[in-house]
Design a protein around this ligand. Structure first.
Ligand code: KG4
Ligand code: ZN
Length: 328
């Protein structure tokens, strides 16, 4: 079975071809340079650039896999959650393919795709806890089986990646800021500042990062950027984020007696989060799984792969498939 996957939920226009569960191509057109001058994503600009890029990106994905559009069996398209204008570009394009070539269509949950792509590298013992940490989301799931999962909790305010991006912006670094902070933190002392670990003992699986962001902003305002050791500031901020993410994920794993933890999304690339999650999990006899790094940030391959699993299990949508900004 050959599946075309389309991803346009945020600021990457991406398409991929998956054949029988194997990723044959994955083309990603990033809009980072477009949004960089604004210090964050401008939704209207994102939609316009998806319109500009989508045909080309799909064409590239097909060429790279040596298939023609008529060869595919179905289209998998991210239809939730995301920026509604951006989602509609991918969905409309997918419907165009369906109408013209008579293919099947299935809508894919972007967050489910983020953790499902972890299975492409091999079997993961189930049930598992999955943490999806990106610029837009911080969500914890209990995964009972493929396509069988339940949301345990999510952020009540900022996403973890958003906190990274905002702290980087406060320090005058460009967007996105995760990698910059990660690199500074490697040279700093994580105990230099005692930043708050929001909701760490709340007893549920929700997160909050806006208090941490404000605490960092207050330190910068009080002392002035120039007087601060930025390595120490970055390391202390990063430690607070990692502490909360690791603590909540492992609490969920222990509460549900789960031995596997999947960490996915753009922030899964963070060096301290990876190190701490692996170290703390080992002590509890839990194994941690990360998707291949190129499938951590937004990409069409995760959508094509999840859609392939849907089709294989007999699931498909009708032509009236809609897009939603929330995680329905
Ligand atoms: O999954 P993704 O590509 O897009 C969304 O769906 O949001 O994630 C992008 C986010 C950005 O906030 C970026 O700063 C963050 O992932 N990020 C990182 C690292 N690499 C990317 N955050 C912390 N450490 C990193 N190494
Ligand atoms: Zn994402």
């Amino acid at each position: 079975m050959i599946v075309l996957g389309i991803e346009t939920s945020c600021d990457e226009t991406s398409a991929a071809i998956v054949k029988d569960g194997e990723i044959l191509s994955n083309i990603v057109a990033s809009q980072i340079v477009i949004h960089k001058p604004f210090g964050g994503i401008v939704p209207e600009l994102a939609s316009r650039h998806h319109v500009k890029n989508i045909s080309y990106v799909v064409d590239m994905a097909l060429r790279a896999s040596n298939f023609k559009i008529g060869d595919i069996d179905g289209v998998a398209v991210t239809n939730r959650p995301g920026l509604i204008g951006s989602l509609l570009v991918g969905l409309s394009f997918a419907k165009g393919v369906v109408a013209r070539y008579g293919k099947k269509i299935v809508g894919v949950n972007h967050l489910e795709a983020h953790f499902t792509i972890a299975f492409v590298s091999g079997a993961i013992p189930l049930p598992a806890v999955a943490l999806v940490v990106s610029g837009g989301h911080t969500t914890l799931y209990l995964v009972r089986g493929l396509l069988n999962y339940k949301k345990l909790g999510e952020t009540r305010d900022d996403a973890a990646g958003e906190a990274y991006d905002k702290v980087a912006k406060l320090l005058g670094f460009g967007y996105p800021g995760g990698v910059v902070i990660d690199n500074l933190a490697k040279k700093g002392d994580p105990s230099a500042f005692n930043f708050p670990r929001g909701m760490i003992n709340s007893g549920d699986y929700d997160f909050s990062f806006s208090g941490l962001k404000t605490a960092v902003a207050v330190v910068i305002k009080k002392k002035g950027k120039e007087a601060l050791n930025l390595n120490n500031l970055a390391a202390s901020f990063q430690e607070a984020v990692a502490d909360v993410l690791v603590s909540k994920s492992l609490k969920a794993a222990e509460d549900y007696r789960v031995r596997s933890v999947i960490v996915a999304g753009g922030v899964a690339a963070n060096s301290r989060l990876r190190e701490k999650m692996i170290g703390e999990s080992r002590l509890r006899n839990i194994k941690v799984y990360f998707p291949p790094i190129e499938y951590c940030t937004d990409n069409g391959a995760m959508v094509a792969y999840t859609g392939y699993l849907y089709f294989k299990n007999g699931r498909e949508d009708s032509f009236s498939l809609d897009a939603f900004d929330s995680d329905v």
